[in-house]
Design a protein around this ligand. Sequence first.
Ligand SMILES: Nc1ncnc2c1ncn2[C@@H]1O[C@H](COP(=O)(O)OP(=O)(O)O)[C@@H](O)[C@H]1O
Length: 277
Amino acid sequence: MAAITRLLKPSSPISSLLKRSGSTMVSEIESPRPNFSDPKASRNFQWVFLGCPGVGKGTYASRLSNFLGVPHIATGDLVRAELSSSGPLSTQLAEIVNQGKLVSDEIIFNLLSKRLEAGEKKGESGFILDGFPRTIRQAEILDEVTEIDLVVNLKLREDVLVEKCLGRRTCSKCGKGFNVATINAKAEDGRPAISMAPLLPPSQCADKLIIRADDTEEVVKARLNVYQETSKPVEDFYRDQGKLLEFDLPGGIRASWPKLLEALNIDESEDKRSALG
Ligand SMILES: Nc1ncnc2c1ncn2[C@@H]1O[C@H](COP(=O)(O)OP(=O)(O)O)[C@@H](O)[C@H]1O
């Protein structure tokens, strides 16, 4: 794995470059190509998680980020934080998100570069991006500003995705995500059977659970359509670069996590095991 993942450090902070790319003058960007001649300039993992709404990008990206010691950055979380901040963008964002549409690339670049900048100030390096890039333009700009080492594409049958989204709950106090759905989908039409136990909250979170406003059946279906039309091509973008690792989730976390580590060639007994919680 080290060979795939330990590439070299970009010469400028990705946050400032993403900010500049918020304008349409993408061609103006001076790409900070990795400096392969400096063997000391090794950097941390720069991974992307792709997959349909409800597939579990947040769950697995967050576990891996603890395991690998890099921040998990979910653009959906950044959008929701902005939404609840009652800042100038919040009304506009609520309208877009609650219809299941994508926020403009400019707004996303802006939120992401602010998050990366704050992380750089705290000494963060590397990342697992979740929910970004979601358009070809976002993928192209990300490619202009830094090197992505690996893209994990999580996959699950669509009927299960809807059930999972409808079962999602978040603790309004600690922010942790849970799922109250018990999934037992039978094998049919060439789709494999899949069972997933619910991921229930501990007692201190049980009375603080909230449901995302965009997790209604109608909006989930709209988001799945947007994914097929706009985000699916991003898979091809990375497939063509030879960076896409396809991973069909075999079931819930218990069944999937060890298999995912195996697919990533990560030994679970490595020193970061304690981070798993
Ligand atoms: N990279 C992005 N580009 C455009 N819009 C985004 C992006 N990331 C998040 N959003 C907005 O935030 C919403 C929630 O995103 P996310 O939490 O990633 O949801 P999902 O469960 O659909 O994967 C999206 O439906 C979209 O409106």
